[in-house]
Design a binder for this molecule. Sequence first.
Ligand SMILES: [Zn+2]
Ligand SMILES: [Zn+2]
Length: 443
Amino acid sequence: MHRYDLISCHDCGVLYRKRPLRPREKARCIRCRSVLYRGAHARGASAELTKVVALTLGAAFVFLIAQFFPIVELDVNGLTSSATLLGSIRVLWYEQMHIVATMVFLFTILFPAIELGSLLYVALGLRCGVKVPGFNRVLRAVQTAREWGMTEVLMIGILITVVKMTSLATVLPQPGLFAFGALTLMLAIVVSFDPKALWNLGDDLTRQALPGIRYKAFAPDEKVLPCHACGLVAPPLGKGRHLACVRCGTALHVRKPDSINRTWALLIAAMILYIPANLLPVMVTQSLFGAQDDTIMSGVVLFWTSGSKGLAIIIFIASVVVPMLKLGVLALLAFTAQRRSRWRPRQRTILYRMVEFIGRWSMLDIFVVTLTVALVRFKSLAVITAGPGALAFGAVVVLTMLAAMQFDPRLIWDPVDDKAAEDEKRSSAANTGNNTVIGEQHG
Ligand SMILES: [Zn+2]
Ligand SMILES: [Zn+2]
């Protein structure tokens, strides 16, 4: 067996032997239906690499425009106010909402910047035929940054804010708005490229440079572990609890350590914070007509009664339905995995995938609050500030995302595998028993 041969299903742990696919073809796990890998580009790896470099470079350029130009400008009877993303975060920071400001900064500026910068560095290097210094660490950073970058959520948040503002003032779109739109589209294409492919390309390069194979072939009965970072399935380095991937050096575990306990801990913290997140105001409006506190739910009601029913539904789904679903589904997954239940494993895997996918979308309301707070600063007319509910709400989103990441979906399938192995052992034992009986009769 050899290094590229095997692939392990991320969601249920089944091992497969890879075969080449046609372009745009997908290989799915027969047990849980998750996508294992996709067919290579028709024009080959180097054309694919050129595309990635070009797109990432373009996205990085658009990213800078999006950061430094204002997104929208408001005009109320000659009074104007405009906001850049960074400016909005600064406003939050000076309002003593340090944690929320930091969260918004990380999810909308720092992580997307790390993703683009690191990907560009590694892909550009490979394009020039060099495996850049720090290759493994930088490529791992791309993957982590990708999990936490939320540009597409921010884009929807910007659009909601714009629509919301049209009822208060004249809204003039600024270059930042279009730049964010373009960035969202470009990132969607960049994200469709799996960084694991870059590890394989890096391997090819080193093999050309150093004749002699880096990863020796291994015997079929040797114990292998899949690496969740680079995708290699091979016998790991090290012994006991300290195992590492031969290729990229990531620490490996048979199952994520303490997965269920950690999931529960994060989940319970999220459930407790979910209460203040809904009861405390996320926004406080001070206007000529006095002060008004808005919780998430009252914000939804306000949209509904003011005629923006579509927006009311979007915010209701993102901020109320999604967090509740996430808490419920994660509790169900942790509970059934703890009881080693064999109940509907495939459906539970689908639920897990869903929670992983929708997790980030609950940040929507936080982004809307951030931009609104920065835009509505008309001292004589109205000033909107962020309330403590925003902090609790942001914490719920981050905690549930962490809980989903701590949960190891392969735990859903372990009891199923164990039962199958037990049945097989029992039936083979029964068969040997029969044989002896037959033998005795003949004798
Ligand atoms: Zn699977
Ligand atoms: Zn690895």
